[in-house]
Design a protein around this ligand. Sequence first.
Ligand code: ATP
Ligand code: MN
Length: 463
Amino acid sequence: MVTRRIADILRNGQPDEPLTIKGWVRTKRELKECAFVEVNDGSSMANLQVVLNPDLSDYGNIIKQLNTGASVEVAGVLVESPAKGQRIELKAETVKVYGEADPETYPLQKKRHSFEFLRTIGHLRSRTNSFGAVFRVRNACSYAIHQFFQERGFLWVHTPIISASDCEGAGEMFTVTNLNLKDIPRTNAQEIDYSKDFFGRPAYLTVSGQLEAEVMAMAFSNVYTFGPTFRAENSNTSRHLAEFWMVEPEMAFCDLEGNMDLAEAFLKHVFKYVLETCPEDMEFFNQRIDNSVLATADNIINNEFERLAYTDAIALLEKADKKFEYPVKWGLDLQSEHERYLAEEVFKKPVILTDYPVEIKAFYMRLSDDEKTVRAMDILAPKIGEIIGGSQREERLDVLERRIQAQGLNPADYWWYLDLRRYGTVPHAGFGLGFERLVQFMTGMGNIRDVIPFPRAPLTVDF
Ligand code: ATP
Ligand code: MN
């Protein structure tokens, strides 16, 4: 008999269909005349109700084993459900228990558990309703991202995880080494002798694939990365991880306007896809996690994003009758409270801020003619703040060299990056999206550690 996924059965199953399911028991209810067992296989939020009648062979023994968490295979026929709550149910003919779960020790019992507690059982939490929904939506987002770019002819390029360059000179990188930490080789000046290390020079886990994506865009025109990045920042916030995934499209022959258009179409596409493919999960988030999730998704899909220059945003913030913790002044970076004020209270929708002061942005962003601002763009989302950061890149060799030097970096370290401007340079642009921030935004989950299966953060590397 064919094994069917439960999501498919709940949607398409018809009475009298014979079939087999495999999954894990969520709950069991024993009555005098029969027993009901709810089985989940991860394909949907909803469980399939299985009815076991006492005439089943070995009934008493099987019922004893079907506790929450046990793994089972059930073969039977679908019947219309006489009770409210489900359209169909599975009348069991044979039941095979693969593995029991002792109700005395299995940590996931029927009551509601806090997310803090569930983080301590990261190996089991995916079997709950909340995490089932989160990781199905995370999967749908991933698929939608690839779909969006692939349909537009972008190449998915794999940029390295081990890197010798710090993308923005921002520091906070994890070192990759195989030196013996108990006996570190030293130079005469007592510095660490990296010539004895694996790569013969310092190497790090990447903080961004952008520079390498630019290399690939100069051959394939439109590319994107989608992979893990690492930051050793000691920030214990609900929006920062030490290991997170980034999506970084890079487009040749593209300016900042093209970049904004793409980013907006991109976010709209991903939201639309998730609403279409995960309606039950999104409904769950709206009911149980954050009751503005569906309205926000609707807002993203149906409204044009606000586009605003940094200078105008500063003017708005200075006029605001709200007290901010951090100062607002032209030339200072915006804090999350400012970003959220603009997105949540002033415009009530995503805002694309452009043309930031040159001093607060990275060297590779294109200098404007007044030399005071660069062609940067950040997309600010309600509840989250910055979700996307991007820019038109500096394509002029002399200006780029000057900017690298101005930031105290050595142009020689960027020889290959500068070569892209020496040979066949073109205007180009791209952006980076923090994938977990997107999943947080989509689901309303408050803590970024609850939207990645195995979170890595300061002092956190379990499972
Ligand atoms: P923030 O100010 O929030 O720390 P950032 O300015 O350091 O962000 P970028 O260097 O521009 O961020 O990184 C690109 C994107 O990656 C950000 O827009 C954000 O969505 C995401 N991001 C940055 N740092 C983290 C992190 N530690 N954990 C998860 N996502 C992150
Ligand atoms: Mn940061």
